[in-house]
Design a protein around this ligand. Sequence first.
Ligand SMILES: NC(=O)c1ccc[n+]([C@@H]2O[C@H](COP(=O)([O-])OP(=O)(O)OC[C@H]3O[C@@H](n4cnc5c(N)ncnc54)[C@H](O)[C@@H]3O)[C@@H](O)[C@H]2O)c1
Length: 276
Amino acid sequence: MVEALLGLTGKAALVAGGGTGIGRGCALLLARAGCRVAVVDRDGTLAEETAVRIRAAGGEATAIVADLRGAAAVEAAVAEATARLGPLAAVVNSVGGQAGHRAAPLAEVDETAYRDILALNLDAAFFLTQQAGRLLAAAGGGSLVHVVSVAGLRARPGAAVYGLAKAAVINLVIQAAAEFGPAGVRVNAVAPGMTRTERMAEALPEAAFAAAAAANPLGRVAEVDDVAGVVLFLASRLAAHVTGQVVAVDGGDSIQTARPAPLGGPQEQATPKRSQ
Ligand SMILES: NC(=O)c1ccc[n+]([C@@H]2O[C@H](COP(=O)([O-])OP(=O)(O)OC[C@H]3O[C@@H](n4cnc5c(N)ncnc54)[C@H](O)[C@@H]3O)[C@@H](O)[C@H]2O)c1
């Protein structure tokens, strides 16, 4: 019933970065919606784990190993997925992150970190958009969804390069939506706030999640399925007239002009300036 509404039953989907985290959540949910899924990841063990989980639940999945930071690798991975599953109807790009670099103030970012973070977040997204756009267009249409970040929508001290890479992907989304739209290809983005993935849960103390949760209106950080659910919606027929959009999945954090100060804090005590 719900599967019929989504219109994804039997369709082929590719999830880039589907080995773990948000990408794995997207792969699992697309499979539950009836997709046959190509899980593409630079870590073959993780990609196969996701595929095994899909098959164990009765779905169809195949694992493909590729480092997606270059055009040739993206082209080969997309071609391999198409050869194994047939023409793709949905492509999700969840590759991204800090590329192993620590958050650093803008003034202190070194060139290696700058290039690595751009390559991971922007190069992969660009070449995947080109390849997927061409193939989806040739197949008569489809949906491409990029996982970006609220860091691409506003300033986040310490994440200047990551933020600019995600902002660039957001522009890529609107550009691609305009260029591929006439061929029936929709291109959208989901911008998560802090999301409790396996990697984040290992890297951060619970206090960091609690602080992020306290700062947003819904009072909790995102779970992987919160993000995957919106990706599924955008990939599905339910979003048939939606393209070039960025949907924040951040508990409302990004709608706030400032983090609310505690009651009795400086904001309440400040003397309002006289209007000019
Ligand atoms: N987790 C969060 O809090 C959060 C918040 C906002 C945005 N995001 C974005 O969501 C996306 C997924 O984040 P995540 O936390 O699930 O990441 P993750 O690190 O948990 O998983 C990323 C996956 O991508 C794979 N990968 C990494 N580099 C690759 C490459 N060059 N080629 C192919 N595969 C590669 C990894 O092996 C891994 O399986 C990223 O774009 C990230 O920037 C995450």
